[in-house]
Design a protein around this ligand. Structure first.
Ligand SMILES: [Fe+2]
Ligand SMILES: [Fe+2]
Length: 268
């Protein structure tokens, strides 16, 4: 069954934290490792509007069903970043607008000018089938985000953090449901879309956030969240999900990306 977009657009909202006492983090602060992961996570969440900029120059913007979703998606992702920033603020960590601005400036000419132009041109050549790649890419990134929050919950065992991250995860699940239903439908319909998507994933996919943050930070987050035995299980689960998409079997996408960052995936 296809995703109920009408219901989603009427229920998309800022993640609810009115009942959360952020001072809990003063009484029981998070570990330095968790804070480092949260910095990475909020950098990604608050960069959503820039990812959106790069997508609105592609054929995806001609499809009003997709732009309706992206409008709500961008709104919800914004609040994910905002809530994580509140956690960082309680720990006296740099957060909010100064941090977001420094991340955007760090992208330089290549990230801010060349990337949207090349994406625009490449996507225009591919036409409608580009949308299948965009939707598949989105699904993989939502799976990854959901898994990353889940692993942080398990590792940190902090009741207030768990409550907040589970609410974020619920919204990531709805994002995933949209991307998945669109990706599956489009890949099933077109062998060309399958081939383009397979090529793009194999050649260009990298863990979400890795293109905007220093390599050392990506390596740290991958190692902290997806290293070890439990992390290895998660990586294999993610690879298995990609495998099930039409024409995308056997890519070992996340395992290979981990290896490219020098992080070993624990075997079963
Ligand atoms: Fe998010
Ligand atoms: Fe999301």
């Amino acid at each position: 069954m296809s995703f109920n977009l009408d219901h989603y657009k009427h229920t998309a909202k800022a993640v609810q934290v009115d009942d959360i006492d952020f001072d809990d983090f003063r009484d029981q602060p998070l570990s330095a490792d968790a804070l480092r992961c949260l910095h990475y996570m909020t950098d990604v969440e608050t960069h959503t509007v820039c990812y959106l900029r790069d997508l609105l120059v592609t054929p995806s913007h001609q499809n009003p069903r997709i732009t309706t979703f992206l409008t709500m998606w961008n709104f919800e992702e914004f609040w994910h970043g905002d809530v994580i920033d509140r956690i960082l603020a309680v720990h006296d960590e740099i957060n909010g607008l100064p941090r977001h601005e420094s991340v955007r400036r760090a992208q330089g000419f290549a990230g801010n000018v060349v990337a949207p132009i090349t994406q625009c041109l490449a996507a225009a050549v591919l036409g409608e089938d580009f949308i299948a790649t965009h939707m598949t890419w989105g699904a993989v990134n939502e799976w990854s985000a959901h898994a990353a929050y889940g692993r942080l919950i398990e590792l940190e065992q902090h009741a207030t953090l768990t409550k907040i991250l589970q609410r974020i995860q619920q919204q990531e699940s709805r994002h995933l449901a949209f991307y998945m239903s669109e990706a599956r439908e489009r890949l099933e319909k077109s062998r060309r879309a399958q081939r383009i998507t397979r090529f793009a994933l194999r050649r260009f996919w990298a863990p979400v956030g890795s293109t905007i943050t220093p390599k050392a930070e990506t390596r740290f987050v991958l190692n902290h969240l997806l290293g070890g035995e439990d992390g290895g299980k998660m990586v294999r689960m993610l690879d298995g999900k990609v495998d099930k998409l039409p024409g995308q079997e056997g890519l070992d996408l996340v395992s290979k990306a981990m290896a490219s960052f020098g992080v070993r995936v624990a075997t079963a």
